[in-house]
Design a binder for this molecule. Structure first.
Ligand SMILES: Cc1ncc(C[n+]2csc(CCOP(=O)(O)OP(=O)(O)O)c2C)c(N)n1
Ligand SMILES: [Mg+2]
Length: 323
């Protein structure tokens, strides 16, 4: 969702959005543990600043594409959390009538075009949206979120090349959380910074602290301006960390506990809260209210979802098979 102007109040609003994502995902995790939600579930807890910082720079009619860890991206772009949670719970009131689930979110009215479980699979799709936007001359941009693991896929490299060649208004947002499933970055590439790949293809690229909301906002403001002026694609690599396992239930034995503890100190929500408090913009009580409000909204989304009907047998069989 776009912010009109950056003021101290804006920062409070962005913190509210980060809390909404956190509370939403923690509620989803709770429902998963209670087996109210089934299937594979990938949470982005700890990565909220990337989603919120990026989408705060976008217009409603800009396009966003995600992947398997994209609840936060959809919420940040303005998706309705009731319909989103219902989708994850497989209910008929969900965005895809319960047939897409956690990894196939579509919230078209909010400009969240699609997500996929195919790693990096929406990167070429974002190029298509950017191409159409360029043809229509409406100065929209397309943003695609993906992880460091996608950087080894052929379609990632082909897309960077074409986007650069055709000067497409696409912003590649790489959430480099250091792992692809259980494999550390150093075991799947010799390249330390994914932004290096983009530079090779002649794309304007930078690496930022993805747990610093303001750093993400600054990088994205520049990226969006560059794209809207028709100057071609931009690649922003955001260094971050997922605080949960790769999927819910992952024992995460490949990760040192000390590493997690270090990242917890860099929790993006705590960082913004400390900043607001030290600048006397927000009191402890107001910060607490932000969290409580987000948790109450997530609770209502859960009630809405679990009281919604399952899709009918006829519904389940439509739109999902090749005739
Ligand atoms: C094309 C493809 N290959 C492999 C997989 C299995 N897989 C699912 S998630 C994942 C790792 C993705 O890592 P990354 O892109 O860094 O995203 P993160 O999970 O860290 O957010 C893999 C290999 C897949 N879903 N799709
Ligand atoms: Mg990763």
């Amino acid at each position: 969702m776009p912010v009109k102007k950056d003021t101290p109040k804006t920062l409070v609003e962005l913190l509210r959005r980060m809390w909404l994502i956190r509370a939403f995902e923690e509620k989803v995790s709770e429902l998963y543990a209670a087996r109210e939600i089934v299937g594979l579930l990938h949470l982005g807890i700890g990565q909220e600043a990337v989603a919120v910082g990026t989408c705060s720079r976008l217009r409603n009619d800009d396009y966003v594409f995600g992947g398997h860890r994209s609840h936060g991206h959809a919420i940040a772009k303005g998706a309705d959390i009731n319909r989103l949670m219902a989708e994850i719970a497989g209910r008929a009131s969900g965005y895809c009538r319960g047939k897409g689930g956690s990894m196939h979110i579509v919230a078209a009215e909010a400009g969240f075009i699609t997500a996929t479980g195919v790693v990096g699979g929406t990167i070429p799709l974002a190029l298509g949206a950017a191409f159409a936007a360029k043809e229509r001359k409406q100065r929209q941009v397309a943003v695609v979120f993906f992880g460091d693991g996608a950087g080894q896929a052929g379609h990632f490299h082909e897309s960077l090349n074409i986007a650069s060649l055709w000067r497409l208004p696409v912003i590649f947002v790489c959430e480099n959380n250091g792992y692809a499933e259980f494999t550390p970055l150093s075991a799947h590439t010799k390249i330390e910074r994914l932004a290096q790949h983009a530079k090779t293809y002649g794309i304007l690229a930078s690496t930022v602290d993805g747990n610093d909301l303001l750093a993400v906002c600054r990088a994205m403001s520049k990226a969006v301006e560059h794209c809207r002026k028709g100057q071609g694609p931009v690649f922003v690599e955001c260094l971050t960390h997922r605080m949960r396992g790769h999927y819910e239930g992952d024992p995460a034995k490949y990760r040192e506990l000390s590493q997690l503890a270090e990242w917890k100190k860099k929790d993006p929500i705590a960082r913004v809260s400390r900043r607001l408090k030290s600048k006397k913009i927000t009191s402890d009580k107001e910060l607490e209210e932000l969290e409580n409000d987000a948790r109450a909204r997530a609770e209502r989304a859960a009630e809405f979802s679990l009281s919604s009907p399952w899709p009918s047998n006829e519904e389940v069989a439509t739109q999902v098979t090749a005739d």
